[in-house]
Design a protein around this ligand. Structure first.
Ligand SMILES: Nc1ncnc2c1ncn2[C@@H]1O[C@H](COP(=O)(O)OP(=O)(O)OP(=O)(O)O)[C@@H](O)[C@H]1O
Ligand SMILES: [Mg+2]
Length: 462
């Protein structure tokens, strides 16, 4: 996508710049030469003109073969690099699972595709170049022959014949440039059409014309009424008739098997998608009537996989917002139990993390994400718990961090560990995109016939 936008803009820019320099200059030169030759010798001038027209038609036709071949080479290169990037990112998994040979094989095949496409394009390009050279040589020979003939007839002096020859030599460069510009012009036209299409693209989540303000402080209520949802690329309903009500400051635990729709419910609340049925209300307002800026200011989410940026610890915490006090950052890191980790960093808050810096363990990354959430001070926290197992000490840190984070905030906790549910007020059991059980945790856990009660029993927690 970025490559496309970038390529399109560059194509237009190149054409606009080259237009003045190449097209205007070349056209003037070409016309000048033809007019001068017409004046010097009308017959040779006409021959030159006819010759130029024939060459233009032939060369424009030849481009029809050359351009697709060149496009194909670019496509094959894009596939090769995409392939390479993906495999390099997954190098650990590939090596650990012994998929190396297969990956190398695929790399060779992708390289071979590039090689074949490139050979073909070069053949066409080289062939065209050779054909053009031969055609120009023939043209020169014809003009030279005509000039020599005229000179023998006494119609031209040797000097004028030589002059004509020189002029026809000057036709080639502007001519080739013009042909090249026709190609740039076609590319620029296509690029303009594509950019127009991109600019006309509508948001899938329309912003409200007059957004209703969310309360700027304090916990927020959440209400889902009969929410139904299906992902666009897969028409099967992922959520059906989901209704949940969470008072400000309360915590809801979502449990269910993998693929049951828990993360999708969180996405509804964050308005990453709009429900196909029903409504989601936050602080009593339909989320469709709340501006996206307001939602992101008041909700914080810690997901299953924490994304770290190739940036300093400070930037990873503040997400590049300037003006945060270092003391506050340190206090927050201490609060989530990362003070020892911070002290061990070579450059403290200025240590680089992510792709270019040191890596973090899964537990540390989770804790860092909690620290981000603390800094944002949201009214609603959505936690999609990591399903990976952490060591007991880190788990304790995380549980403690969750407890602090949920104090005085509304929380939705997607729990993969039943122990995390000890502090929630309500529990909803999700199955196949439906709420199959919903109620106060205490009530459900006391009822040995409830699904939640049975889950606790199976886990040996009652
Ligand atoms: N972006 C997406 N596009 C299409 N289908 C999706 C997408 N995300 C999830 N799904 C599908 O929606 C269903 C519910 O997925 P969801 O991620 O909500 O499950 P989950 O309960 O969070 O599972 P887990 O416990 O493994 O995290 C699954 O069948 C999944 O394949
Ligand atoms: Mg999930």
């Amino acid at each position: 996508m970025i490559e496309r936008v970038d390529g399109d803009v560059v194509a237009i820019a190149e054409f606009v710049v080259a237009f003045l320099l190449d097209v205007v200059v070349s056209l003037l030169l070409l016309l000048g030469v033809i007019v001068v030759v017409l004046f010097v010798d009308a017959r040779i001038g006409v021959v030159l003109l006819v010759y130029c027209v024939l060459m233009a038609v032939a060369m424009l036709n030849a481009q029809r073969y050359a351009v697709p071949a060149a496009t194909r080479v670019r496509e094959k290169f894009a596939a090769l690099f995409g392939n390479l990037e993906e495999r390099l990112a997954g190098a650990e998994d590939i090596r650990a699972n012994g998929a190396g040979n297969h990956v190398v094989n695929r790399f060779h095949r992708a390289s071979a595709d590039v090689y074949r496409a490139d050979i073909r394009a070069e053949r066409i390009g080289g062939g065209l170049f050779a054909a053009t050279s031969v055609a120009f040589a023939i043209g020169t020979a014809i003009v030279l022959g005509l000039a020599a003939w005229s000179q023998q007839q006494g119609a031209l002096s040797v000097g004028t014949a030589l002059l004509l020859f020189q002029y026809t030599q000057m036709v080639r460069t502007p001519f080739e440039r013009l042909i090249d510009q026709v190609q740039q012009y076609q590319k620029a036209l296509a690029a303009i059409a594509r950019i127009g299409g991109l600019l006309a693209e509508q948001r899938t989540l329309p912003e409200p014309a007059k957004p209703d303000p969310l309360p700027t402080t304090g916990p927020l209520s959440i209400e889902l009424s009969n929410v139904g949802f299906a992902y666009a690329d897969n028409h099967e309903a992922v959520l059906t008739d989901v209704s949940l009500l969470l008072e400000p400051g309360q915590t809801l635990g979502l449990v269910g098997r993998t693929g049951s729709g828990k993360t999708t419910i969180a996405r509804m609340i964050l308005r990453l998608y709009d429900p196909t049925q029903g409504t989601v209300r936050m602080g009593g307002i339909d989320v469709r009537n709340i501006g996206s800026a307001s939602i992101s200011r008041r909700i914080c989410v810690v997901t299953q996989d924490v994304h770290l940026f190739a940036a300093t610890v400070r930037d990873n915490l503040t997400l590049f917002r300037p003006g945060m006090d270092d003391d506050r950052l340190r206090a927050v890191l201490t609060e989530v139990g990362l003070s020892t980790w911070l002290r061990g960093l070579p450059k403290g808050l200025d240590t680089m993390l992510g792709a270019q810096g040191s890596g973090l363990s899964a537990g540390e990354a989770q804790l860092l994400a909690f620290a981000r959430a603390f800094l944002a001070d949201p009214g609603l926290v959505v936690l999609d718990e990591a399903s990976s197992r952490l060591d007991p000490a880190t788990e304790l840190h995380i549980e403690e961090a969750i407890r602090k984070l949920l104090t005085n905030r509304t929380g939705v906790l997607i729990a993969h560990r039943l122990s995390s549910l000890a502090r929630v007020d309500q529990v909803a059991v999700i199955e196949g995109g439906r709420v199959v059980e919903y109620g106060r945790r205490e009530t459900l856990s006391r009822d040995p016939n409830s699904r939640f009660g049975r889950l606790l029993e199976a886990a040996g927690m009652v």
